[in-house]
Ligand binder design. Structure first.
Ligand SMILES: [Zn+2]
Length: 203
């Protein structure tokens, strides 16, 4: 199937032709991959005869998919320009990320709140990866609603919730940026990111 047609299923459709051109121009192997939980996307620099490789999780909403794709292409471009001399999320990467987001702003691909979150993310020198919470939350609003799936921060204290692997926890107080949660079976304490997705068992 035509590459752009495939990309249109994952990206805001008006963004697909340009991403298609980047794939060709940068000679990048672009893969839409299963959800890896810990990350949205991945860039691998040329290594042992293999060229540039980018993969992005299939289950991101179109805006999150686009932001992640541009994030990874900014790594590729930075690699081409500086190789190992630039830090993964350093100034060079950040400038490329900014530059490469521009055409999508010009095409008005993003809803105003997402655009606002991306712009403030781009202007925040401390922000580096997609783990930026404000950006992530505003992107998340556009996910298709899932039943009984909540983020830890939205649950009341003492709520009991379940992970995909079946383990059951009780939410406790917030410690700095994360929530203390006790696994009911083992009584062991774990720290959860406020935006971790869990299934509510009882509120
Ligand atoms: Zn990165």
């Amino acid at each position: 199937m035509d590459k752009v047609k495939v990309l249109e299923k994952y990206l805001p459709p008006e963004a697909a032709p340009l991403i298609g051109r980047w794939i060709d121009y940068f000679k990048c192997e672009f893969k839409i991959s299963r959800n890896r939980g810990s990350k949205f996307g991945d860039y691998r620099a040329p290594h042992q005869g293999k060229g540039h490789r980018i993969s992005v999780n299939f289950d991101l909403n179109p805006y999150a998919f686009l932001v992640t794709t541009v994030h990874e292409f900014a790594h590729l471009h930075t690699w081409n320009e500086h190789k190992h001399k630039a830090k993964p999320h350093g100034t060079e990467w950040k400038n490329n990320f900014k530059k490469m987001m521009q055409p999508f702003f010009e095409k008005d691909v993003f809803p105003p709140d997402v655009k606002h979150a991306i712009v403030s993310y781009l202007n925040n020198p401390a922000a580096s990866s997609c783990s930026d919470l404000t950006l992530y939350r505003s992107l998340r609003k556009y996910d298709a609603p899932k039943e009984d799936i909540h983020t830890v921060e939205k649950l009341p204290i003492n709520a009991v919730f379940k992970l995909k692997d079946g383990r059951v926890f009780r939410k406790e107080e917030k410690l700095r940026k994360r929530y203390k949660c006790t696994e009911l079976k083992t009584k062991r304490v774990y720290l959860f990111s406020p935006v971790a997705e869990v299934e509510l068992v009882e509120g």
